[in-house]
Design a binder for this molecule. Structure first.
Ligand SMILES: NC(=O)c1ccc[n+]([C@@H]2O[C@H](COP(=O)([O-])OP(=O)(O)OC[C@H]3O[C@@H](n4cnc5c(N)ncnc54)[C@H](O)[C@@H]3O)[C@@H](O)[C@H]2O)c1
Ligand SMILES: [Zn+2]
Length: 352
């Protein structure tokens, strides 16, 4: 078992081991020291694949299990779908001494975490991520939420899970494009300083190192989250590729998935950094080649004007400025505040 300690206000462990999906009950009992009602919140696809196994494991450890599944897809990371989760929890009379089990990728994970944050002003929750993206990134750090019509994750809360259980075996059922979404966020950690992780994607075979990949990405994320839990300083580095990525997701009406959009966003951030003289051309070439080697896109069909409109409704804006994350080399990035009035010109340098 690989374990990462996340030392936030309420500390918790990320536990990584093959076969954990069938031991969720034992792990939860060991964490809580007693049984309760466990509400599995998931999506329909994950429910069909793993819902029964997780429910059986919880029941075998003595938990009373209730289960609710939303439709899969970013278009369902919406208030109406989230409300469905909450009404279900209320109808099933979940109490403050009960627990939420967020089972699935980043979408049910973010939504179930936000439901746990709000329901009865907060109930305990654990994350059982089932996509690579959720294992290397979204299940840790406590950002929970849903999208509003005006943009991604615009309604949410910082609310940490009590435990995260990663079973790399469940990645076997992921479609290749969904696996690639997680590769994109992993490459992000490579660009932020995890050199060996980047090397696995640039030259090697990352699938030979899956558990170690998850451990390293989460360790890197935990360090940043511990230093800046509320995302007002260095945690913003984790947004590499995300300002333009979110703008691409929104312009595509969420047909471009999060990881794919972040891949394009990272490539554009590197091109912009090069145009501004912040990094050499080799940084751009290496990043683009690494993304392409891993079946990820690096170009967008959207114009600088379209991307600017979408980016300006992003919550990362503070007053008249917006902070971009720009690579200064492979493994090094910096925060780069820009005037909102300059944004379209800068984006034009990247897409142009
Ligand atoms: N909270 C954070 O810090 C954070 C960080 C990064 C991304 N995110 C969010 O995460 C979301 C993207 O997450 P995602 O890519 O995991 O999306 P997702 O949850 O929609 O999962 C992608 C698809 O894979 C399916 N799936 C999940 N696990 C499976 C499995 N084991 N086998 C087969 N199919 C499976 C799902 O049903 C879905 O159709 C975005 O909304 C993004 O904003 C949040
Ligand atoms: Zn992301």
């Amino acid at each position: 078992m690989r374990i990462v300690e996340v030392k936030t206000g309420t500390p918790y462990q990320v536990r990584i081991q093959r076969g954990l999906i069938d031991r969720v009950g034992e792990e939860l009992l060991a964490l809580l020291g007693k049984t309760c009602k466990a509400a599995i919140l998931t999506d329909e696809t994950v429910n069909a694949l793993y819902g029964d196994r997780v429910a059986a494991s919880l029941q075998n450890s003595g938990f009373a299990v209730i289960r609710y599944a939303i439709d899969p897809g970013e278009e369902h990371k919406a208030l109406a779908d989230w409300q469905g989760m909450l009404e279900f929890m209320a109808q099933q009379q979940l109490t403050r001494s009960d627990c939420v089990v967020a089972l699935g990728g980043g979408i049910p994970g973010d939504m179930a975490g936000f439901a746990a944050a709000c329901y009865l002003r907060g109930v305990k929750f654990i994350q059982v991520p089932t996509t690579l993206l959720a294992m290397v990134d979204s299940s840790v750090g406590g950002k929970t939420g849903v999208n509003l019509a005006s943009g991604k994750n615009q309604l949410g809360a910082f609310y940490q899970p009590r435990m995260v259980l990663c079973d790399p075996d469940v990645l076997a059922t992921l479609p290749p494009e969904t696996l690639a979404d997680g590769v994109s966020e992993s490459i992000k950690y490579g660009m932020l300083g995890e050199n060996e992780v980047l090397d696995w994607f640039e030259h090697g075979d990352w699938t030979a190192h899956t558990e170690e990949l998850i451990r390293r990405c989460i360790t890197a994320k935990a360090a940043v989250v511990e230093a800046d839990e509320r995302d007002t300083g260095c945690r913003q580095l984790l947004n590499l590729g995300h300002t333009l990525g979110h703008a691409i997701e929104k312009n595509s009406k969420y047909q471009v998935t999060h990881g794919h959009a972040v891949a394009i966003g990272m490539a554009l951030a590197a091109k912009l950094a090069h145009q501004l003289g912040l990094c050499d051309e080799q940084t751009v070439t290496r990043l683009v080649a690494t993304l392409e080697r891993n079946h990820l896109p690096t170009n967008t069909i959207y114009t600088a004007a379209q991307l600017t409109d979408a980016a300006l409704s992003d919550k990362k804006r503070t007053g008249g400025t917006l902070t971009l994350v720009l690579p200064t080399g492979i493994g090094h990035c910096q925060l780069h505040p820009v005037e909102v009035s300059q944004l379209e010109n800068l984006i034009a340098l990247a897409v142009g």
